[in-house]
Design a protein around this ligand. Structure first.
Ligand code: ADP
Length: 252
């Protein structure tokens, strides 16, 4: 394991009765990197995340974070889903401090931090608003900020922009890249959208249909910072072609 490895999975496998959700899988994720995971529905992506988060116990294998075995233990990652799970009767500020609310008393420091991240990342004016007053993209920003203030170095994002329209989605991708750059977190990002996986990531893990396994681990050669022109860069098109062939059964 290299000194900068944050997450390491060794032969992690999981079946639900007769259904093999995840074949024994090994991978390493470097600290500070952005790694996308693409694969068809039902190939075990969420199972993989649940095992990393300690919400699902694997049948085999081991999960290590910063070298420590954390298999089956919770509370060491930030986790965000497509459904924002905001609490409708709490304001934006109170939703951001929700993790603190669930585990201990919310302090003035928690509120100050919620205000700071909201102001820094474009939601400062909405701190006292309720989720129903926000657009889909804004709700996802709040959900992401709630994940951010848990101070976990590893963030698991499971199709966070999957329900947004194309225009909002692109804005959110650019926003996420800015936050990622400024906060130095390590991100694992599940998506169905090949363009999204390339636009965001340093590396792409492609999974096979069930029983899920990682069939390719591709470096993304696209330079940063990324902008609209990245989407038509020849390197983008070439990588997209490789990923599409892998997903649809052809050779890489
Ligand atoms: P993905 O996130 O790639 O769509 P999942 O990890 O959700 O895939 O699911 C992988 C497979 O495992 C699917 O066939 C799914 O039906 C099955 N599965 C997932 N969770 C459970 C569960 N708690 N009980 C039974 N089967 C499950």
């Amino acid at each position: 394991m290299s000194p900068s490895t944050l997450l390491q999975l060794r032969d992690v496998g999981k079946a639900f009765a007769e259904t093999v959700a995840l074949e024994p899988t090994s991978l390493s994720i470097e600290e500070g990197s952005f790694v996308a995971i693409v694969g068809p529905s039902g190939c075990g992506k969420s199972t993989l995340f649940n095992v990393i988060a300690g919400l699902t116990a694997p049948d085999s294998g081991e999960v290590r974070l910063s070298g420590q075995v954390v298999t089956g233990a919770t509370g060491h990652v930030g986790y965000m889903l497509q459904k924002d799970l905001l609490v409708p009767w709490r304001t934006v500020q109170d939703n951001i401090t929700m993790a603190a609310r669930l585990t201990r008393r919310v302090t003035d420091d928690d509120r100050r931090e919620a205000r700071r991240v909201a102001e820094q990342y474009g939601l400062g004016e909405f701190l006292r608003h309720y989720p129903s007053a926000l657009s889909g993209g804004m709700r996802q920003r709040v959900a992401f900020m709630r994940t951010l203030v848990t101070h976990q170095s590893l963030l698991l994002l499971d199709e966070p922009f999957g329900a947004l329209d194309a225009q909002t989605r692109l804005e959110m991708q650019q926003w996420l890249l800015q936050v990622w750059k400024e906060t130095g977190r390590t991100v694992l990002f599940i998506t169905h959208d090949v363009d999204e996986s390339i636009f965001l990531s340093d590396r792409i893990l492609v999974m096979s249909p069930r029983p899920g396994r990682v069939i390719a681990d591709l470096e993304n050669p696209l330079e940063r910072p990324r902008d609209l022109d990245s989407l038509t860069d020849p390197k983008f098109i070439e990588l997209k072609s490789r990923v599409m062939h892998l997903l649809h059964g052809g050779a890489a």
